[in-house]
Ligand binder design. Structure first.
Ligand code: HEM
Length: 484
């Protein structure tokens, strides 16, 4: 299991310092096996204590691995995306969910045949063609169409579910409601179908198993012994991919109203690859956006003064939200955009990201890396760094995103991708950023304008659950009351 992966990282002629908290012999192995939120909190603590230093993360079960925290180093990583590639370590763990397209290969002992690769796992020309299809799918005109036509009836359904809970005085899990809404929304705009509850469950399960591969060095053995439910979940996801691709390829696309599948089929001849490319969006777009909204509502529930300011800001424009005419680019909507960005800063949907060096290189801080080094950064920890976000880094303060002119008019001030790496940066920056902002703000505005939520079990902190993204463990159970 212990493998030789080239030489250790060096700085100033010496081996790079180990991250605080490493144990003798096993290094960070035990920390990696803990629930992920504990690792994230530890990394946030390290960063708050040590500033922007780069450290080695030692483990006998890992290739040489470093943790970077300095936005200057991260900017370099974003820019040099061919040196800091996805790499074998990442891709081999993601293949089953996002890359291996043959259904028969996962269900039996057949030789693993790795053909396709969803965009998150792809590189070279395959990445390029998927990126082009994705950018066209998420054009400004399409996002406006989705928010004007597809989203309003789904928001109406959501109001009805909340209304039912309100009238019988019951509780409801907002995270479930939002994941459900985003599943339907994504299903309709990307695959022209509403995904079944079984598919959604299977996808969530496969995502949790895939995530655990990054923490558990014995994952292959563990899955061989106990991975029956993973294999079943993968089978369900793959079958869904094949079904929707077959249906799309038999139907003529409507010019100007192409689904994601239509656009992928135009560019990629192999249908198995199209299936992988398409299902990748369930994780990339659905989970991330629904979780961002859940964490936003949680942060608002803990900050009554921010919620009050948000309501004051939104109420004059209430009629525009339902019809989908709400635009986050409108200057009067700066406050909700700031609240959404701030909630995502503290609760990034992808809290930990990694790349693998494809050649020797030197980071801007002088750290020398050999090929095959894993480079990790934690947007969750970076958000809590006083060196980047000042002393109040850990507080939920939408105002930090706003600049006010003399008449009190607020303008949203974006930060650089390397300081705010929530949507990644460089050539592989998230292509769904503006869709996430439009949909996230539209749904949030509808929720806060119409509902007052009493969070059940207010005490204690909420944690990130085990997944490739950042679900709220245990959900966000609330008692909804209609606002008068
Ligand atoms: C709050 C919501 C979102 C967040 C925080 C987010 C974050 C990210 C991050 C961190 C990455 C880089 C992942 C990596 O390379 O390891 C990424 C990539 C990507 N995201 Fe998003 N995302 C969000 C919403 C969306 C939406 C709505 C879509 C699509 C409709 C989307 C599509 C993608 C795609 C296709 C990529 C891969 C880009 C590439 O490799 O070239 N994302 N996103």
């Amino acid at each position: 299991i212990v493998r030789e992966h080239g030489k250790a990282p060096r700085k100033d002629g010496k081996r790079l310092s180990q991250a605080p908290g490493a144990l003798p012999f096993i290094g960070y192995t035990a920390r990696l096996l803990q629930p992920r939120y504990k690792l994230l909190d530890h990394l946030a603590h390290v960063q708050a204590e040590t500033g922007l230093k780069t450290f080695e993360i030692p483990s006998p079960f890992l290739p040489p691995t470093i943790l970077i925290s300095d936005p200057v180093c991260l900017e370099y990583v974003f820019r040099e995306h061919e040196i800091f590639a996805k790499g074998t370590f990442f891709r081999s763990r993601m293949y089953d969910l996002f890359g291996m397209s043959k259904v028969k290969a996962i269900s039996g002992a057949a030789k693993l045949e790795i053909k396709g690769n969803g965009i998150l796992n792809a590189s070279g020309s395959l990445w390029h063609s998927q990126r082009k299809a994705g950018v066209k799918f998420l054009s400004i005109a399409n996002v406006a169409r989705f928010s004007n036509e597809t989203l309003p009836p789904l928001i109406e359904d959501m109001h009805q579910q909340l209304g039912a809970a309100d009238s019988n005085g019951g509780t409801i899990d907002l995270q479930d409601i939002l994941l459900n809404l985003m599943s339907k929304f994504f299903g309709l705009v990307a695959y022209d179908t509403v995904p079944s509850a079984d598919l959604v469950r299977a996808f969530d399960e496969a995502s949790a198993w895939t995530d655990s591969r990054f923490m558990n060095p014995f994952w292959r053995l563990y899955e061989a012994l106990f991975g029956q439910s993973l294999r079943r979940a993968l089978q369900t996801v793959k079958e869904f991919g094949h079904k929707v691709v077959t249906k799309a390829s038999e139907k003529a696309s409507v010019p100007g109203r192409e689904t994601l599948l239509d656009l992928l089929l135009e560019r990629i001849p192999d249908k198995d690859t199209v299936a992988d490319a398409a299902t990748t969006y369930m994780s990339a777009g659905r989970d991330t956006t629904a979780q961002a909204m859940t964490w936003s509502l949680y942060e608002l529930s803990r900050s009554p003064e921010v919620l009050g300011a948000l309501l004051e800001n939104l109420q004059p424009h209430a009629t525009t939200t339902r019809s989908g005419t709400l635009r986050t680019t409108d200057s009067h909507l700066s406050y909700i955009k700031a609240a959404f960005a701030e909630a995502l800063r503290l609760n990034p949907s992808v809290p930990l990201i990694m790349r693998e060096t494809s050649q020797e290189c030197t980071l801007p801080d002088g750290t020398i890396l050999q090929p095959g080094t894993i480079v990790v950064w934690a947007p969750y920890a970076m958000a809590r760094s006083p060196a980047v976000w000042s002393k109040d880094a850990g507080d939920f303060k939408p105002e930090r995103w706003l600049s006010y002119d003399a008449s009190g008019h607020a303008t949203f001030m974006p930060r650089s991708a390397s300081e705010y790496p929530v949507f990644h940066g460089g050539p592989r920056i998230c292509i769904g950023k503006s869709m996430a902002e439009v949909v996230g703000c539209q749904v949030l505005a509808e929720l806060v304008l119409n509902w007052d939520f009493e969070v059940v079990d207010k005490e204690g902190r909420r944690h990130v659950g085990e997944s490739l993204t950042a679900p709220m463990a245990g959900g966000l159970v609330v008692r909804p009351r209609r606002r008068i």
